[in-house]
Design a protein around this ligand. Structure first.
Ligand SMILES: [Fe+2]
Length: 250
C-alpha cells in the first residue's frame, strides 16, 4: 500500500517556540495518523489499494465518494501543511513568488494581512491556502474535510486553522498563530517549488493536468485583492493595519 503516514520533514521540537513539540506530536501522531489509517482501511482490497494518495483524493472527489474523499483529503492536507513550514522559514516571499505576491495583492504586507483576515473570517475548522491560477495568486479557504488539490489552480502552501493545530500553544488566539506562521514558519521554498511544478504541468499536459474536477456541492471561499477590498469595506475590523491583525514578531 502506498498510503502511509509520512514522517515530519523536521524534528518534533524544531518549530519551537512557535509550535511546541507536544502540539506537533499529537497533531502528527494522532490526528494525521488517524486519517491515514482511515484511508488505508477504506482502500484495502479495492482497486485503489496501491494508488498514491493524490490519486485517491482526485478520484474519490470526481466519483463523489464523500467518506473516502473526506479522510483522503485530510491525509493529503496534513502532509502539505507540514511541508508548508520550515524551522528556518517565515518572512516575505522570495524567488518567483515575490513579484506574483505584489501583482496579486499589492504588497507583501497586504498579502499577510489578507491571509490572516481569511483565517479569522473562516468559521470553525479548516484550511487557508495560497493558490496559483496561472500567474494570479488567490487566498482560498476550505472546510476541514476538503482540499484545494481538487479546485482550480495549484496549491502553493496551506495552514490548518482547526483548533487542534494551535489551541495548545495559542489558546483561542488564531490571529497570533497564523501571523506567527507567516513571520516565522512559512516555507517559501516549498511554495516556489509548487509554483514551478504547476507551470511545468500547464506547459506539458494541459488536458491531463489542467482540467479541474467538477465543482463540489459548495463553492470555496476565494479571496482576490478585489474581494478583500470589498469585504474590508463591509467589515472595518479586518482593515489592514488594525491591531488585531498586527503581525507577530519575537
Ligand atoms: Fe489537523
Amino acid at each position: 500500500m502506498n498510503v502511509r503516514l509520512p514522517p515530519l520533514p523536521y524534528e518534533l521540537d524544531s518549530l519551537e517556540p512557535h509550535l511546541s513539540r507536544r502540539t506537533l506530536a499529537q497533531h502528527h501522531g494522532t490526528h494525521h495518523r488517524g486519517y491515514v489509517d482511515s484511508v488505508r482501511r477504506l482502500i484495502e482490497n479495492t482497486r485503489r489499494e496501491y494508488a498514491p494518495l493524490e490519486v485517491v483524493v482526485r478520484e474519490s472527489a470526481a466519483a463523489g465518494e464523500r467518506q473516502l474523499f473526506g479522510v483522503a483529503a485530510q491525509a493529503w492536507n496534513h502532509k502539505f501543511y507540514w511541508s508548508s513550514m520550515d524551522p528556518a522559514g517565515g518572512g516575505e516571499a522570495s524567488g518567483s513568488l515575490a513579484p506574483l505576491i505584489e501583482s496579486s495583492f499589492g504588497t507583501q504586507s497586504a498579502f499577510q494581512h489578507q491571509f490572516v483576515a481569511a483565517a479569522l473570517e473562516s468559521e470553525g475548522s479548516g484550511w487557508v491556502w495560497l493558490v496559483a491560477e496561472g500567474e494570479r495568486l488567490r487566498i482560498v479557504t476550505t472546510p476541514t474535510e476538503d482540499t484545494a488539490l481538487v479546485l482550480a489552480g495549484t496549491p502553493l502552501l496551506t495552514v490548518e486553522i482547526s483548533e487542534h493545530a494551535y489551541q495548545g500553544d495559542y489558546q483561542s488566539r488564531r490571529a497570533d498563530y497564523v501571523s506567527t506562521f507567516l513571520t516565522h514558519l512559512v516555507n517559501w521554498k516549498f511554495a516556489n517549488r509548487n509554483l514551478e511544478k504547476g507551470r511545468f504541468r500547464a506547459r506539458r499536459a494541459p488536458m491531463l493536468w489542467g482540467t479541474p474536477v467538477p465543482a463540489q456541492s459548495r463553492q470555496p471561499a476565494v479571496r482576490s485583492a478585489e474581494s478583500v477590498r470589498s469585504a474590508e469595506s463591509r467589515q472595518p475590523a479586518v482593515r489592514s493595519g488594525s491591531p488585531e491583525l498586527a503581525l507577530h514578531s519575537h
